[in-house]
Structures are given as C-alpha cells and as structure tokens.
Ligand binder design. Structure first.
Ligand code: HAS
Ligand code: HEM
Ligand code: CU
Length: 578
C-alpha cells in the first residue's frame, strides 16, 4: 500500500534557504532564546543543591554570604521554581519550536515580529525579576493568593506568557500559509508536531490568562475588594497541568524526529506519532483537578472524572515509550546489536547528545509511573504536599525535559553558531552525573514523602513537632537527598562549562553542512499526498478542527467547576507571608 514502504523512505530534505542573511537572522533569534533560557537555568540550578541540603537536615541559609544574596529559603525556592520551571522552559521552547517548523516548511517569516516577541518575553522576564530579586515576590512558582506580591511580578509574568502566545500564533499562521500553498499535501511531521503543540498551549493557557487578567491583576491594583483563592488556584491548575506537556512534548519532538537519526536508526511510524500528538492536543488540559483532590467546593464527581482523564492522557506517553524504544532498537541492530537486551550496548553511548536523551527517557519511566500512582484518588492523600511531589517532578521536568534540552543543545548550539562542541567528554560526563544525581534525589525525596516529610518546608530549621516522627525515620533518604545535591551541582557545573566554552569559542564552519538538523529516515511514513494517505493520516490532518474540539472539551470539563466556584465566590484580603 502507498503509505507503508519499509525503509524505502528517506529522510526528508528540508527546503533549502537561499537567502543567507535571512537564515543567519533566524538562527540568531533562536540562539537568543536558547541562551537566555540557559542563563535562567544556570541561576536556578545553583540554588537547587541548597534545597537538597535542607532536605538532608542541613541548614545553610544562616550563612552571612548567602544571606546577602537570598533573604530566605523561600526567596531562593521562588527563584528556583520560577527560573527553572517557568523561564528556562518557556524561552527554550519558544526558540526551538519557532526555528524547527519554520525550517521544516521552508517558510519566510516576518523576522521583525520574531525579534519583537523575543524582546517582549525578555522585558516581561526582567520586570518580574525585579520584585523577585528584591524579595517582594516570594510567592513560590505557583503564586497562590491570598499571598500577595508586588504588582510588577504579575504584570511582568503576564507579558512573558503573552509573548509565548504570540510565538504560538506566529507558527500557526505560518502553517496556515503553508497549507494554502500546498493544497492536498500532508503536513510534514516536525511541523505537524510543533503546530499541534502550540495549539495545545493556547487551549491550556486560557486558565492562566483568565487568572492573571480577571483575578490577580485587578486584585493587586485594588480594583476588587479581595481575591477568591480557590478560583485562582483552579484557573492556575487548568494551565498548570497541561503546561507539563508544553514542557515535555518539545523533548518528544526530538526523541521522535531526530534521536533515531542521531542513534543511527529510523522513526518507527509517522502516523502513530501524529496520533500521539492529537491525543495530547485533546486531552492535556481537562485533567488539572488532580492537583486539587484535597480542595473544597469541587465535587467528588469532577475530581473522579479528571482522574480518569488523567489516566487517559498517560496513553500517548505509553505509545511514545514503545515507539521510541523500537526506534532505538532499530538503530542499535543497524549498528550490529544482538540479543534480547544486548543491543542496548550498541547504541552510541559516546555521543553526549544521544546519551543524555536516553538517560532522560529512562528517568521518565520512573517519573511517569510515579505520576500515574500520584494521580490515584486513593493514594493522593498519602503524598500530597509531601517531599514525594518534588521527587516526582525532578525526574519529569527536572530530568526528562531538562536533560533532553541540555542534550539537544549539544548539537543545536553548534548548528546555530557554526562553533564546535567544546569538551565533548565533559559534556558526556555531565549527562551521567545529572542522571545519577536526579535518580538519587528522586529516591530520597519520594521516600521522605512516604514518611510524611512535607514539601516547601525549611525542615532543617523549623521542623514542626507533628512532623518530627517522619524525620526520625528518614536518615537514609535524607542522606541520599543531600548527596544528590552535591552530584547535581558538579554535573550542572560541567554542563554549563561545556555550554559557555562552546559559545565563547570561535566560529569554525558552515554548520548547515557539518551539523545539519538530524532528520531521520522513517519505517512507516505518512506519505505526501492526502488523497493516497492512510485513514490515520487523513483524520489527523485537519488540525484546526481538532483544535476546536480541544476547546470544546476543556470548556465541558472545566466550565461547570469554574461556574460553581464563581457563584460561591468569597473574597479575602491579600497577605504578605514572607
Ligand atoms: Fe506530574 C504533580 C500526575 C507527568 C510535572 N507533576 C506534578 C508537579 C509537577 C509535575 C511540576 O495526578 C508538581 C506541581 C506542584 O508544584 O504542585 N504527572 C502525572 C501523570 C503524568 C505526569 C499521571 N508531571 C508529568 C510530566 C511533568 C510533570 C511530564 C513535567 C514535565 N503530577 C501528577 C499528579 C500531580 C503531579 C497527580 C499532583 C500531585 C499532588 O498531590 O500535588 C503522566 O503524564 C505520566 C505519563 C508518563 C509515562 C511514561 C512514559 C515513558 C517514556 C520513556 C520511555 C523510555 C525509553 C527509554 C523509550 C506513562 C516516554 C528506553 C531506554 C533504552 C536504553 C532502550
Ligand atoms: C523544588 C532541588 C533542579 C524545578 C526543589 C526542591 C528541591 C530541589 C530540594 C524542593 C524544595 C521544597 O519543596 O522545599 C533541586 C536540585 C536541582 C534542581 C538539587 C539540580 C541541581 C531543578 C530543575 C527544575 C527544577 C532543573 C526544572 C526545570 C523545581 C520546581 C520546584 C523545585 C518547580 C518547586 C518550587 C516550589 O515548590 O515552589 N528543587 N532542583 N529543579 N524544583 Fe528543583
Ligand atoms: Cu498534573
């Protein structure tokens, strides 16, 4: 049949860009996004180990030098969460997922607008950073009211997020233009994944946009009498769960589209990959109430519905696990790998970009399994708000995503700059240290959580008597967490050494030739003409219609919940906790 031509399908030749100045400019704006992202991560990562020491019972926050930099544990924790989880991810993704689809389509975008969104995002970041650094927005990365920070934080953060929505629209409109110029053709895979993801982000971000514009900003400017914490929290998690797929799927794009090539193999199936992304587009958002099982005024029925939908959204990740594992096996066997598991050793473990991404995936096996456990209605009360939760998300966003982005940078930075990766051996070692460190961290923190150690607690200084019992039995996991902080600090510094050394080295060659985007061959391609394509390809192609369904689903699954909260709204004044 026309859509199944094993191994006959060669890697897609991306359209050539004849205008060298345009290409250089496109690469430059991408590089700005990526480097800004890593600068944020650099600061965030320096604070993490201090927190790990806290979870080992060691308090370093009274040290006078540190006191000059951080007013409190919570100012550090706010910076750590915001810089790592919100700023690093958003800047990296905005660069990565602007560049890839534009190259994939061979599109000519408005570069003035591309730079405008970059500077808008950066100005938003800088505005929000001022109160954060002055300890006037020590609200943790969830900024739950009635904790109230300086208005500049809310305004800056809103501008920053709004800029990402403009990037989303830029890519979506570019794709619509491509469709008009290519009637009857199948959208190429990388573009498809990117557009589906940006569409998902626009559905997901509605909650945060509503929280910012209708609740938080009117409140901090004194236009409303107070704030309803539960409405704000519910709108926050509308976005807050789906945002984890906004972080994760850019890594999936690399795992699906580029890693097979880097490892010496092929993409398993383009139709399956498209289906996976449609499932995320539809199902990522209406699940956020799994963060609110303990909250009042949301009925158990809605909590249960969101629980089942959470289990459903694990399915595209399970599909991904099997198809990426198959792609890696294909790669390893092509390199002479043999046996049931022996092939694993034939993967290019000397390549830091490949190794880092595989280690990131391995961490996600634990992170994903833990997430599914965490989502269960019965188990949640055992670990909600304990150290288990940071344990879970440091092997999802902190490793599956972060280590993937670091590993992508090992080829992307040379590709964008024409420079060579400095110190590949140090780069390789940094991926292993990050992986081992985060594994120790996750074991320690999940274990502490099971023993009742709370999250977001300066436990070393202010252990509340009710938690004492948990700490008494926690010596081993506390030690593991402390050690992990040291391993991660070393691994992190080695990563940043290679990154900055690469950036500071001289340009050596035309990266289009020496470090091209690693497009993979495909075992089961989607084909190019819609008329001859398979049912899966044809039914996944109308992304605009699927996008409309995603909007409908989220309103269906959140509308009644939010309406009830609004009709019961009770406003309270803000307070300054720190
Ligand atoms: Fe989560 C809390 C449930 C995925 C991040 N999560 C959090 C928080 C964060 C976070 C930041 O239901 C804390 C929020 C806060 O501050 O309060 N999570 C899930 C579920 C999934 C999940 C069901 N989480 C993620 C991802 C994240 C992330 C992804 C970031 C990127 N999470 C929860 C729940 C809570 C929660 C509850 C609230 C807890 C509470 O009480 O507060 C699923 O999406 C997971 C599905 C994943 C899989 C794994 C697939 C595996 C793959 C790798 C394959 C490996 C290969 C390697 C191929 C089913 C794809 C082969 C190797 C060779 C060598 C061959
Ligand atoms: C929180 C350590 C890297 C995102 C924490 C906590 C610890 C920690 C111990 C828990 C603090 C508490 O609940 O009181 C580390 C270490 C890192 C690291 C040792 C590596 C050097 C990362 C990365 C990300 C990240 C790479 C994301 C990209 C977060 C977030 C929080 C957090 C979002 C929650 C903040 C909050 O509760 O408001 N980190 N972390 N961390 N970390 Fe990390
Ligand atoms: Cu969630």
């Amino acid at each position: 049949s026309p859509h199944f031509e094993p191994s006959a399908y060669r890697a897609r030749e991306i359209p050539a860009v004849s205008d060298a100045a345009y290409l250089a400019n496109l690469k430059k704006v991408t590089q700005y996004y990526i480097v800004t992202a890593f600068l944020a991560l650099f600061i965030g990562v320096l604070i993490g180990p201090l927190q790990a020491l806290n979870y080992a019972g060691i308090n370093v926050y009274d040290n006078p030098i540190l006191k000059a930099l951080l007013k409190s544990y919570y100012q550090g924790l706010s910076l750590h969460g915001v810089l790592n989880a919100l700023v690093f991810t958003q800047f990296f993704i905005s660069g990565w997922l602007l560049y890839l689809p534009v190259r994939d389509m061979g599109a000519r975008i408005n570069m003035g607008f591309a730079w405008f969104t970059y500077w808008m995002m950066t100005v938003g970041l800088l505005l929000a950073a001022i109160p954060l650094l002055l300890n006037k927005a020590t609200l943790l990365y969830t900024f739950y009211p009635p904790m109230e920070g300086h208005w500049l934080f809310y305004v800056g953060a809103t501008i920053m997020v709004a800029a990402s929505l403009l990037v989303a629209l830029h890519v979506i409109f570019t794709w619509i233009g491509w469709k008009k110029a290519h009637v009857g053709q199948v959208t190429p895979l990388v573009t498809y994944m990117s557009v589906a993801l940006w569409m998902m982000w626009l559905v997901a971000s509605l909650g945060l946009v509503a929280e910012a514009l209708l609740v938080l900003i009117p409140w901090v400017f004194g236009l409303t009498r107070g704030v309803d914490p539960l409405i704000a929290k519910t709108l926050f998690w509308w976005t807050g769960h789906a945002i984890v797929y906004f972080w994760l799927l850019p890594a999936y794009i690399s795992w699906y589209a580029f890693l097979p090539k880097q490892a010496g193999g092929r993409i398993v199936s383009e139709p399956l990959t498209r289906l996976t992304f449609v499932m995320f587009l539809l199902n990522s958002t209406p699940v956020g109430i799994h963060h609110q099982y303990a909250d009042p005024n949301i009925s158990n029925t809605w909590k249960l519905i969101h629980m089942f939908l959470t289990f459903l959204v694990a399915i595209p990740s399970l599909l991904t696990a099997f198809s990426i594992a198959a792609a890696l096996e294909d790669a390893a066997r092509a390199r002479g790998g043999k046996g049931l598991v022996g092939w694993i050793f034939k993967l290019p473990w000397n390549d830091p970009s490949v190794t880092g991404q595989i280690l990131a995936m391995i961490s996600f096996i634990g992170g994903g399994a833990g997430g599914i456990i965490t989502a269960s209605f019965a188990f949640s009360p055992v670990i909600h708000n304990t150290a288990w939760i940071p344990g879970h998300f440091h092997i999802t966003v902190g490793t599956a995503v972060t280590l993937s982005f670091m590993s992508i940078a090992f080829w992307l930075i040379p590709h964008l700059t024409g420079k060579r990766l400095a110190a590949p051996k140090i780069a390789l070692a940094s991926t292993w240290l990050w992986f081992v460190g985060m594994m120790l961290f996750a074991i320690g923190m999940h274990w502490e959580g099971l023993l009742g150690v709370p999250r977001r607690a300066l436990i070393s200084a202010t252990a509340l008597p009710i938690y004492k019992e948990g700490y008494m039995h926690s010596q081993i996991p506390m030690a593991l967490t402390g050690i992990s902080g040291v391993v991660l600090l070393v691994g992190g510094l080695m990563f940043f050494y290679t990154l900055f050394a690469t950036l500071l080295s001289p340009r050596v060659d035309d990266a289009e030739v020496t470090t091209p985007i690693p497009y993979s061959d495909v075992i089961s391609p989607a084909g190019q003409n819609l008329s001859t394509a398979s049912t899966v390809v044809r039914s996944t192609e109308p992304l605009l219609a699927l996008w409309a369904v995603a909007f409908a689903l989220v309103f269906l699954m959140y509308g009644p919940v939010v309406l009830k909260l609004v009709s019961n709204a009770s406003l309270v004044p803000g307070c300054d906790f720190f």
